[in-house]
Write a protein that binds this ligand. Structure first.
Ligand SMILES: C[S@@+](CC[C@H](N)C(=O)[O-])C[C@H]1O[C@@H](n2cnc3c(N)ncnc32)[C@H](O)[C@@H]1O
Length: 325
């Protein structure tokens, strides 16, 4: 679809092109079975797109707890949700601290928890945040700007082997060793502190654009972002713990955008549903077979073609849903 036509469509939906369009919004709201009077957690509230849909469905009497580690996004969410003031509480925090937040609020079991992982378009397209090679800016990539460790720190102080491993693992980049070597060679002359510097190094490694039309810098930038923000660390533990805060019949919905992320969600859900995750023959399997939940999506839900036409950034999204017994 031509960009101009897509832009008109997104504008007609009430979103500007740099704004984040909530992915699979209707599917998420249906999956969470949002109902009036219910209590829901949006643990990655971002700009509040899903949260707004949830708040509309849970009135009268419903409450929403919203969390994001990005203060700027949280401020935008607050502005967007203001007509529901009194029905929500927002927290600038890592969602891994949800147990603490719910304990402090002395909140009863909740009806649903949403995790919409990764970065928002707002973060990606904010030039000064350093997430994208499309703008020249400090090599930052921190979702939480109160965090000390940035992408520049990672790129300039990590060993060549570790850099190659990060780029290979989180970016699934075949040329990870060559890229790491080129970065280390460059930083021996002067530190790599800007996105354009890193993009220049990557352009020299690749020389030509990749065959699939993806810019060759995409995978390395994604890998560094995942590493800087420790996006995969503790996700499985969080999901296992979060189920303890759901009421019986309550649901957790997770949208992931990366195969490693999706694999963690799939395995953890299987484990919580009492299924084997070790892959050993049944007589040798030692997986704990305690069934705490049902998997509501044997196969992950994906965006429909209509959504993809308007929002191609949703193309790698996978939605998985679990229901507590
Ligand atoms: C894809 S966006 C969510 C967009 C949101 N659903 C909406 O409709 O606007 C992901 C958000 O999760 C936040 N995030 C990622 N990891 C987080 C974590 N561990 N704790 C809290 N927020 C996190 C990011 O800062 C980002 O704003």
């Amino acid at each position: 679809m031509r960009a101009a036509v897509r832009k008109t469509m997104t504008e007609s939906m009430g979103y500007s092109d740099s704004e984040h369009i909530p992915v699979m919004r209707e599917e998420v709201i249906d999956s969470l079975q949002c109902r009036p009077g219910g209590i829901y957690v949006d643990a990655t509230i971002g700009l509040g797109g899903h949260a707004l849909g949830i708040l509309e469905k849970i009135q009268p009497g419903g409450r929403l707890i919203g969390i994001d580690r990005d203060k700027e996004s949280l401020e935008k969410a607050e502005a967007r949700l203001k007509s529901f003031r009194g029905s929500y509480r927002l927290f600038h925090d890592n969602f891994k601290n949800l147990p603490l937040i719910l304990n402090n609020l002395a909140i009863e079991p909740v009806d649903g928890i949403l995790l919409d992982l990764g970065v928002s378009s707002y973060q990606l397209l904010s030039p000064e945040r350093g997430f994208s090679f499309q703008f020249d800016s400090p090599l930052d990539m921190r979702m939480d700007r109160t965090q000390q460790w940035s992408a520049a720190d990672l790129v300039n102080s990590t060993s060549e082997k570790e850099l190659a491993d990060i780029i290979y693992r989180y970016g699934e980049e075949r040329l990870s060793r060559r890229i790491a070597a080129a970065i280390v060679q460059q930083r021996s002359k002067s530190p790599v502190t800007r996105t354009a510097q890193l993009a220049g190094i990557l352009n020299r490694v690749f020389r030509v654009r990749s065959r699939h039309g993806i810019h060759p810098a995409t995978r390395t930038f994604q890998a560094l972002r995942i590493a800087v923000n420790e996006e995969l660390e503790g996700l499985a533990d969080f999901l296992s713990e979060a189920i303890g805060f759901l009421r019986s019949g309550g649901r957790i919905a997770v949208i992931s955008f990366h195969s490693l992320e999706d694999r963690i969600v799939k395995r953890t859900f299987r484990s919580l549903a009492g299924q084997c995750i070790c892959g050993a023959p049944p007589e040798l399997c030692t997986c704990p077979k305690q069934t705490l939940a049902y998997i509501r999506t044997p196969r992950p839900l994906t965006p429909n073609p209509g959504e993809l036409a308007v929002n191609p950034r949703a193309r790698s999204a996978r939605l998985r849903v679990l229901e507590k017994i």
